[in-house]
Design a protein around this ligand. Structure first.
Ligand code: ADP
Ligand code: LRH
Length: 503
């Protein structure tokens, strides 16, 4: 069988990458063509994504992919983080740099939204977890600003990259669900929600579904990248978490997943949304997945907490270079030697969303809950990883209870796969086997949807996952230790933890 090569553009909050997937019906290998940092920039007090530099990274990556494959790519797919967007003028010009979801402009927006539409009604209509930065809150915060008033079109980040590559605007569905403007039952716009909030849905170009065509590369892109064919862009699960869930190598239906990177997204794959009041109160989300699925999950602060600690320690030590993977390995090794479960914090607490002073905020949270304050980087790292494992366990317990499903194993995918301590602690906390890998699940899910669209492989998600299971290196962690220690640690945080749907 001939091998086909697909380029997956995968932009995460910490790095962007262009990965080439080489696929036959029996084989799937990845080659990282290019990886580049994603560094947000604060301008006049507002935190922005440096979206042109990210786009340049994409072009450089496609150039490297062209060289690697001898100009032999079959198609390109794009996935990125959710909720954020760029606004375009009528002639397609980007009106302003996209604002970062961690910017504080949304402070107070939830109250405005709640005044127009009670949280219960909003959840019943969209099934989306309350996160202060969801697109509806960003748009509410931006209401009346010159940029939004001048906007002719709104493109979510992957759709913006896709538009720059092809000139063809569209709104991919899995990521559109994170705007909180989609009805998960009809998988179409929730027009009454938009109307109640004064959001103009005509700003969004028509919906596309994973597998739909998304245009072909523009001539200027071919010139920039050295590609010579008018290559197609294929819509994939353009929300990175949607692609990562496709990339879970499950072999049975009763699995839970945790996509770990900047965030931990922990939950289940369902075929229908859970829109109960209980589910809202537990702050679970019903994001839309590939092939008609629902990603029933909770956002947990994730390795962002550790990234930010490392950034603070680097600054304190006046280090100008970023922590290397060897530094991180040494830190995790030291954390493994620290006292287990000495102090834990609520890794669902929105207090950890904003950048800066992470070790201090963790120390404050420990103090507030009457626990010992971590003193060293190793102790703080242990506190973060214990807290993440505890939040993983709670999310999976809640997801099974609220959906009436059972779980026999937990899959961890994403960058956290490299953190062996986090994987083991998650197995211990959940009391379930953890299957860790692949780390590049989002890129793999992106490649698999493209390969199926191109006819190189066939089948539904089980078949795509079987190919992953037989080709990707995986590592299994069995639960160890005294399970009741996790119950006692959870009790220290009390009932208020994680369920932040209070507005
Ligand atoms: P995102 O897609 O959100 O940018 P990733 O899935 O790339 O995030 O995951 C990034 C995280 O993975 C890092 O913050 C780090 O904590 C973890 N990670 C990556 N490589 C390693 C490593 N070699 N050892 C330990 N952790 C790692
Ligand atoms: C992970 C992610 C997550 C969203 C957040 C904004 O990269 O897409 O699913 O909630 O970024």
């Amino acid at each position: 069988t001939t091998e086909h090569r697909f380029a997956a553009v995968d932009l995460g909050a910490s790095s962007g990458r262009v990965i080439v997937g080489e696929v036959t019906p029996e084989r799937l290998t990845l080659h990282e063509a290019h990886r580049f940092p994603n560094r947000p920039t604060r301008v006049l007090g507002t935190l922005h994504w440096d979206v042109l530099s990210l786009y340049q990274g994409v072009l450089n990556g496609l150039k490297a992919a062209a060289v690697h494959t001898g100009d032999g790519l079959t198609s390109i797919g794009i996935d990125t983080w959710a909720v954020d967007y760029g606004l375009l003028a009528a002639d397609g010009t980007l009106l302003a740099n996209p604002v970062h979801y961690r910017d504080t402009r949304t402070t107070g927006a939830a109250e405005k939204v709640a005044a127009a539409l009670p949280p219960q009604a909003l959840y019943a209509a969209t099934g989306i977890q309350h996160l202060p930065f969801n697109t509806i809150y960003q748009l509410t915060a931006a209401q009346g600003t010159p940029t939004l008033s001048a906007a002719h079109r709104l493109l979510l980040i992957p759709d913006l990259i896709s538009y720059w590559l092809t000139g063809e605007p569209g709104t991919e569905l899995t990521n559109a669900s994170t705007t909180q403007l989609i009805d998960p039952r009809t998988r179409d716009w929730a027009a009454p929600v938009a109307r109640a909030l004064g959001i103009d849905l005509s700003l969004f170009p028509p919906l596309r579904r994973p597998g739909d065509p998304a245009g072909t590369l523009r001539q200027d892109v071919l010139t920039e990248t050295g590609l010579t064919h008018p290559l197609p862009v294929t819509a994939v699960g353009s929300h990175d978490t949607a692609s990562a869930v496709v990339g879970v190598p499950a072999t049975t239906p009763d699995f839970a997943y945790i996509a770990t990177g900047t965030w931990s997204l922990a939950g289940l794959e369902l075929d229908a949304p859970v829109l109960t009041e209980e589910s809202r109160a537990a702050n679970f989300t019903n994001e839309l997945g590939v092939d008609g699925t629902v990603r029933y999950l909770r956002n947990i602060m994730g390795l962002w907490m550790l990234q930010e600690c490392v950034r603070t320690w680097d600054t304190e030590n006046a280090r100008t270079t970023r922590a290397t993977s060897a530094d991180l390995t040494a830190l995790i090794r030291a954390a493994a030697q620290a006292t287990p479960l000495r102090s834990v914090v609520d890794a669902g607490d929105p207090a950890f969303i904003a950048p800066h002073h992470m070790p201090d905020r963790i120390a404050d949270a420990c103090r507030r809950t009457g626990q010992p304050v971590p003193r060293t980087p190793a102790e703080t790292t242990r506190c973060v990883l214990d807290s993440l494992a505890l939040a993983h366990r709670r999310a999976i317990e809640d997801a099974t209870r609220l959906s009436g499903r059972t779980v026999s194993a937990v899959h961890i995918v994403g960058g956290g796969v490299h953190n062996t301590l986090l994987c083991q602690l998650t197995a211990d906390a959940c009391g379930l086997p953890v299957i860790a890998g692949p780390a590049e699940a989002a890129a793999l899910g992106n490649v698999l949807v493209q390969a199926r669209t191109a006819g190189v492989i066939t089948g539904g998600l089980p078949e795509l996952r079987a190919l992953l299971h037989s080709t990707q290196p995986l590592r299994q962690y069995e639960p160890t230790g005294d399970h009741s220690a996790w119950d006692r640690a959870a009790a220290r945080l009390g009932d208020a933890q994680v369920t932040t749907a209070t507005s």
